[in-house]
Design a protein around this ligand. Structure first.
Ligand SMILES: C[S@@+](CC[C@H](N)C(=O)[O-])C[C@H]1O[C@@H](n2cnc3c(N)ncnc32)[C@H](O)[C@@H]1O
Length: 284
């Protein structure tokens, strides 16, 4: 008889070579297989698995052993206290991006009770836009993406949180689809250099979401050059960056918005994570 305990032990050993979180991965995959919570899986270690459950679990573990991310295998990921549907059409939301969301919420609160418009450029799963909408009831949002598949995933997540009336999805390139200037532009654009990233990420996540060009800065250059025409006089732009990109992105912002106040925010690990610029009209 194969119990939960046996199955988890074998799967953890199998995944150790590819994952630093092998035990957790195994628990999440088994919970998904059984339709249980992870807590129940951990608590009921002597529960026997049917041959059919063993086979389905083994298939998921084999895919994880090929470095397929757990979030794609179970079809969901938590972000900023939300549960989002994810699949191979979207980047898996990363915890680092919560820094961008926190800063954007703080920036939006400068407007007090006044309505505010926000554009999330490269909306992907909808992670940033949905988190902002949930915390900023006076905000109206646009989510732009070049990927029709990503927009389908975003639409499903937006519907799940009943935000269809507040978040409008637009297909197209960067700022071009926006109907006019907005108070806040937020973006976690593709910024990696493809041949430098983790193998599992490279093999499984969408390259359109990752590829920032030869130096990782392609999207920042075009987005920042276009930003002045799409920002209200008191508006701000907040951009997630790779830890090595702050100086280059700050430079681009000074060139495009010479009148703006510009700053860099670190993440919890102390790495540069967000660069922002605020048109100075907001504090006049
Ligand atoms: C790094 S992912 C961010 C996804 C999501 N905002 C998040 O933080 O989890 C970048 C997103 O930008 C989209 N994208 C890439 N190039 C784009 C472009 N030129 N215009 C609009 N969206 C683009 C990709 O399809 C992808 O969904």
């Amino acid at each position: 008889m194969v119990t939960i305990q046996h199955a988890l032990r074998a799967a953890t050993a199998q995944l150790r070579a590819v994952s630093e979180t092998a035990r957790l991965d195994a628990e999440l995959l088994l919970a998904h297989t059984l339709g249980w919570s992870r807590a129940k899986v951990v608590a009921e270690r002597d529960h026997p698995l049917t041959p059919e459950q063993q086979a389905r679990f083994a298939a998921l573990v084999a895919r994880r052993a090929e470095r397929e991310p757990v979030a794609y295998l179970i079809g969901r990921r938590e972000f900023f206290g939300l549960e989002l549907q994810v699949d191979r059409r979207v980047l898996i939301p990363r915890p680092e991006t919560e820094v961008l969301v926190e800063l954007a919420i703080a920036e939006a609160r400068r407007y007090g009770d006044a309505p505010i418009t926000i554009a999330d450029i490269g909306v992907g799963s909808g992670a940033i836009a949905i988190a902002l909408a949930m915390h900023l009831p006076r905000a109206t949002l646009y989510g732009v993406d070049l990927s029709a598949g990503a927009l389908e995933v975003a639409a499903a997540n937006i519907a799940r949180y009943h935000l269809q009336d507040r978040i409008t999805l637009l297909e197209g390139d960067l700022l071009a689809p926006l109907p006019g200037p907005v108070d806040l532009i937020v973006s976690n654009p593709p910024y990696t250099i493809l041949n430098e990233i983790d193998e599992g990420v490279y093999r499984h996540e969408p390259h359109l979401a990752l590829d920032g060009g030869p130096d990782g800065l392609d999207c920042y250059r075009r987005l920042i050059a276009a930003a002045p025409a799409y920002l209200t006089p008191k508006g701000a732009i907040l951009l997630e960056i790779g830890a090595w990109q702050a100086a280059a992105v700050v430079h681009l912002l000074h060139l495009a918005l010479p009148q703006a106040e510009v700053g860099v925010q670190q993440d919890l690990a102390g790495r540069d994570r967000v660069v922002w610029a605020r048109n100075l009209d907001v504090i006049r």
